[in-house]
Design a protein around this ligand. Structure first.
Ligand code: 5RP
Length: 229
Protein backbone atom coordinates (compact mmCIF):
# COMPACT_ATOMS: atom_id res chain seq x y z
CA UNK A 1 0.00 0.00 0.00
CA UNK A 2 1.39 3.42 -0.90
CA UNK A 3 1.16 6.23 1.60
CA UNK A 4 -1.06 9.13 0.54
CA UNK A 5 1.07 11.96 -0.84
CA UNK A 6 1.27 15.16 1.17
CA UNK A 7 -0.78 18.06 -0.21
CA UNK A 8 1.22 20.51 -2.26
CA UNK A 9 2.52 23.55 -0.45
CA UNK A 10 1.63 27.05 -1.61
CA UNK A 11 5.17 27.37 -2.93
CA UNK A 12 4.77 24.17 -4.98
CA UNK A 13 1.46 25.42 -6.39
CA UNK A 14 3.21 28.63 -7.45
CA UNK A 15 5.91 26.58 -9.20
CA UNK A 16 3.23 24.57 -10.97
CA UNK A 17 1.43 27.59 -12.42
CA UNK A 18 4.70 29.38 -13.16
CA UNK A 19 5.73 26.46 -15.34
CA UNK A 20 2.25 26.08 -16.87
CA UNK A 21 2.39 29.68 -18.08
CA UNK A 22 5.19 28.78 -20.52
CA UNK A 23 2.58 27.37 -22.91
CA UNK A 24 1.39 30.96 -23.52
CA UNK A 25 4.85 32.19 -24.55
CA UNK A 26 5.28 32.10 -28.30
CA UNK A 27 8.80 31.60 -29.68
CA UNK A 28 10.20 34.74 -31.29
CA UNK A 29 7.99 37.11 -29.28
CA UNK A 30 8.71 39.58 -26.48
CA UNK A 31 6.93 38.55 -23.28
CA UNK A 32 5.52 40.85 -20.60
CA UNK A 33 6.62 39.86 -17.12
CA UNK A 34 4.92 40.81 -13.85
CA UNK A 35 6.21 40.88 -10.30
CA UNK A 36 6.01 38.72 -7.18
CA UNK A 37 6.80 35.31 -5.77
CA UNK A 38 4.59 33.48 -8.30
CA UNK A 39 6.09 35.37 -11.23
CA UNK A 40 9.54 34.51 -9.91
CA UNK A 41 8.67 30.86 -10.57
CA UNK A 42 7.62 31.82 -14.08
CA UNK A 43 10.88 33.71 -14.65
CA UNK A 44 12.84 30.68 -13.49
CA UNK A 45 10.92 28.50 -15.96
CA UNK A 46 11.29 31.09 -18.75
CA UNK A 47 15.06 30.86 -18.41
CA UNK A 48 14.77 27.40 -19.97
CA UNK A 49 13.53 28.95 -23.22
CA UNK A 50 15.47 32.21 -23.15
CA UNK A 51 17.08 31.48 -26.52
CA UNK A 52 13.65 31.13 -28.14
CA UNK A 53 12.21 34.51 -27.12
CA UNK A 54 13.06 38.03 -28.29
CA UNK A 55 13.26 39.30 -24.71
CA UNK A 56 11.01 40.55 -21.93
CA UNK A 57 9.39 43.79 -20.83
CA UNK A 58 9.53 43.91 -17.05
CA UNK A 59 7.14 45.48 -14.54
CA UNK A 60 9.63 46.16 -11.73
CA UNK A 61 13.25 46.60 -10.83
CA UNK A 62 13.04 43.32 -8.89
CA UNK A 63 11.82 41.32 -11.90
CA UNK A 64 14.36 43.04 -14.15
CA UNK A 65 17.18 41.95 -11.88
CA UNK A 66 15.94 38.37 -11.78
CA UNK A 67 15.43 38.23 -15.56
CA UNK A 68 18.88 39.64 -16.27
CA UNK A 69 20.55 37.37 -13.73
CA UNK A 70 19.14 34.43 -15.69
CA UNK A 71 20.39 35.83 -19.00
CA UNK A 72 17.03 37.06 -20.31
CA UNK A 73 17.18 40.34 -22.28
CA UNK A 74 15.02 43.09 -20.78
CA UNK A 75 13.65 45.64 -23.26
CA UNK A 76 12.39 49.16 -22.63
CA UNK A 77 8.59 49.29 -22.74
CA UNK A 78 8.83 52.25 -25.11
CA UNK A 79 10.65 50.15 -27.68
CA UNK A 80 7.85 47.61 -27.95
CA UNK A 81 4.55 48.59 -29.64
CA UNK A 82 2.65 45.59 -28.32
CA UNK A 83 3.07 42.27 -26.56
CA UNK A 84 1.39 38.96 -27.25
CA UNK A 85 1.10 38.04 -23.62
CA UNK A 86 1.62 39.46 -20.14
CA UNK A 87 2.11 36.98 -17.31
CA UNK A 88 1.55 38.16 -13.74
CA UNK A 89 0.22 37.12 -10.36
CA UNK A 90 -2.57 38.64 -8.29
CA UNK A 91 -3.52 39.26 -4.69
CA UNK A 92 -7.16 38.48 -5.50
CA UNK A 93 -8.92 37.39 -8.67
CA UNK A 94 -12.64 36.87 -9.18
CA UNK A 95 -14.51 34.63 -11.61
CA UNK A 96 -14.59 37.37 -14.25
CA UNK A 97 -10.84 37.93 -14.25
CA UNK A 98 -11.01 41.18 -12.29
CA UNK A 99 -8.10 41.46 -9.88
CA UNK A 100 -6.59 43.29 -6.95
CA UNK A 101 -2.85 43.70 -7.38
CA UNK A 102 0.00 45.66 -5.87
CA UNK A 103 0.94 43.59 -2.85
CA UNK A 104 4.48 43.86 -4.18
CA UNK A 105 4.13 47.62 -4.78
CA UNK A 106 4.63 47.22 -8.54
CA UNK A 107 1.05 47.96 -9.62
CA UNK A 108 1.75 51.01 -11.79
CA UNK A 109 4.31 49.38 -14.03
CA UNK A 110 2.25 46.18 -13.99
CA UNK A 111 -0.73 48.07 -15.38
CA UNK A 112 1.44 49.78 -17.99
CA UNK A 113 2.90 46.51 -19.25
CA UNK A 114 -0.49 44.78 -19.08
CA UNK A 115 -1.92 47.55 -21.26
CA UNK A 116 0.63 46.70 -23.96
CA UNK A 117 -0.43 43.06 -24.12
CA UNK A 118 -3.15 41.41 -26.14
CA UNK A 119 -3.62 38.76 -23.44
CA UNK A 120 -3.20 38.88 -19.64
CA UNK A 121 -2.51 35.45 -18.16
CA UNK A 122 -2.82 35.49 -14.38
CA UNK A 123 -0.94 32.82 -12.44
CA UNK A 124 -2.04 32.21 -8.86
CA UNK A 125 -2.44 29.59 -6.20
CA UNK A 126 -6.02 28.70 -5.32
CA UNK A 127 -6.08 30.95 -2.23
CA UNK A 128 -6.26 34.00 -4.53
CA UNK A 129 -9.64 33.11 -6.08
CA UNK A 130 -12.44 35.10 -4.41
CA UNK A 131 -16.16 35.60 -4.93
CA UNK A 132 -15.83 39.39 -4.60
CA UNK A 133 -12.83 41.71 -4.44
CA UNK A 134 -12.01 43.66 -1.29
CA UNK A 135 -10.84 41.36 1.51
CA UNK A 136 -7.20 41.98 0.56
CA UNK A 137 -6.28 45.58 1.50
CA UNK A 138 -6.37 47.53 -1.75
CA UNK A 139 -2.96 48.96 -2.77
CA UNK A 140 -3.05 52.46 -4.24
CA UNK A 141 0.10 54.24 -5.43
CA UNK A 142 -0.13 57.93 -4.58
CA UNK A 143 1.83 61.17 -4.86
CA UNK A 144 2.93 61.73 -1.24
CA UNK A 145 1.45 65.25 -0.89
CA UNK A 146 -2.02 63.89 -1.78
CA UNK A 147 -1.99 60.98 0.70
CA UNK A 148 -4.05 62.85 3.33
CA UNK A 149 -6.89 63.87 1.04
CA UNK A 150 -6.98 60.46 -0.64
CA UNK A 151 -7.18 58.83 2.80
CA UNK A 152 -10.22 61.01 3.61
CA UNK A 153 -11.89 60.14 0.30
CA UNK A 154 -11.51 56.43 1.05
CA UNK A 155 -12.95 57.01 4.53
CA UNK A 156 -16.05 58.47 2.83
CA UNK A 157 -16.36 55.12 1.01
CA UNK A 158 -16.01 53.18 4.28
CA UNK A 159 -12.33 52.33 3.76
CA UNK A 160 -9.40 52.76 6.10
CA UNK A 161 -6.18 53.71 4.27
CA UNK A 162 -2.81 52.99 5.84
CA UNK A 163 0.52 54.22 4.53
CA UNK A 164 2.70 51.21 3.68
CA UNK A 165 5.96 51.20 5.60
CA UNK A 166 9.29 49.48 5.04
CA UNK A 167 11.85 49.41 7.82
CA UNK A 168 9.76 51.98 9.71
CA UNK A 169 9.75 54.48 6.82
CA UNK A 170 7.21 55.04 4.04
CA UNK A 171 7.85 52.51 1.31
CA UNK A 172 9.09 54.22 -1.86
CA UNK A 173 8.02 52.57 -5.11
CA UNK A 174 10.13 52.12 -8.25
CA UNK A 175 8.47 55.36 -9.39
CA UNK A 176 9.46 57.31 -6.26
CA UNK A 177 5.91 57.40 -4.82
CA UNK A 178 4.08 55.96 -1.79
CA UNK A 179 1.53 53.19 -1.32
CA UNK A 180 -1.72 53.34 0.65
CA UNK A 181 -3.26 49.99 1.62
CA UNK A 182 -7.00 50.43 2.00
CA UNK A 183 -8.86 48.09 4.35
CA UNK A 184 -12.60 47.48 4.58
CA UNK A 185 -13.69 48.23 1.01
CA UNK A 186 -16.41 46.32 -0.78
CA UNK A 187 -15.65 46.48 -4.50
CA UNK A 188 -18.94 45.45 -6.06
CA UNK A 189 -18.39 47.13 -9.45
CA UNK A 190 -14.64 46.86 -10.21
CA UNK A 191 -14.83 48.71 -13.54
CA UNK A 192 -16.66 51.72 -12.08
CA UNK A 193 -14.53 51.69 -8.93
CA UNK A 194 -11.27 51.71 -10.89
CA UNK A 195 -12.48 54.56 -13.13
CA UNK A 196 -13.64 56.62 -10.15
CA UNK A 197 -10.51 56.30 -8.00
CA UNK A 198 -8.19 56.77 -10.97
CA UNK A 199 -9.42 60.31 -11.47
CA UNK A 200 -8.82 61.47 -7.90
CA UNK A 201 -5.97 64.01 -7.92
CA UNK A 202 -2.76 62.46 -6.63
CA UNK A 203 -3.70 58.86 -7.39
CA UNK A 204 -1.02 57.35 -9.60
CA UNK A 205 -2.59 53.92 -9.92
CA UNK A 206 -5.33 52.04 -8.11
CA UNK A 207 -4.68 48.32 -7.61
CA UNK A 208 -8.00 47.23 -9.12
CA UNK A 209 -7.25 45.66 -12.51
CA UNK A 210 -10.64 45.66 -14.18
CA UNK A 211 -9.95 47.57 -17.39
CA UNK A 212 -6.79 45.44 -17.67
CA UNK A 213 -8.37 42.23 -16.44
CA UNK A 214 -7.03 38.72 -16.96
CA UNK A 215 -8.32 36.82 -19.99
CA UNK A 216 -6.94 33.57 -18.59
CA UNK A 217 -6.20 32.48 -15.02
CA UNK A 218 -4.00 29.47 -14.32
CA UNK A 219 -4.99 28.48 -10.83
CA UNK A 220 -2.83 26.09 -8.83
CA UNK A 221 -5.09 23.66 -6.96
CA UNK A 222 -4.67 20.37 -5.10
CA UNK A 223 -5.86 18.65 -8.30
CA UNK A 224 -3.39 20.46 -10.54
CA UNK A 225 -3.66 23.53 -12.74
CA UNK A 226 -7.20 24.74 -13.37
CA UNK A 227 -7.59 27.05 -16.37
CA UNK A 228 -10.24 29.73 -15.94
CA UNK A 229 -11.23 31.81 -18.97
C1 5RP B 1 2.95 42.85 -7.15
C2 5RP B 1 1.71 42.09 -7.43
C3 5RP B 1 1.76 40.60 -7.34
O1 5RP B 1 1.36 40.06 -8.54
C4 5RP B 1 0.84 40.15 -6.24
O2 5RP B 1 1.18 40.83 -5.05
C5 5RP B 1 0.93 38.64 -6.02
O3 5RP B 1 2.20 38.33 -5.54
P1 5RP B 1 2.62 36.86 -5.14
O4 5RP B 1 2.74 36.09 -6.40
O5 5RP B 1 3.93 37.05 -4.41
O6 5RP B 1 1.55 36.31 -4.23
O7 5RP B 1 0.68 42.62 -7.75
O8 5RP B 1 2.73 44.23 -7.14
Amino acid sequence: MTAPSAPMTQDELKTLVGQAALQYVRPGEVVGVGTGSTVNKFIDALAGMKDQIAGAVSSSEASTQRLQALGITVLDANSVPSLGVYIDGADEIDGQGYMVKGGGAALTREKIVAALARQFVCIADASKLVAALGAFPLPVEVIPMAAGQITRRFADLGGHAQLRLKDGQPLVTDNGQHILDVHGLQITDPLAFESEVNQWPGVVTVGVFAHQKAQVCLLGTADGVRTLT
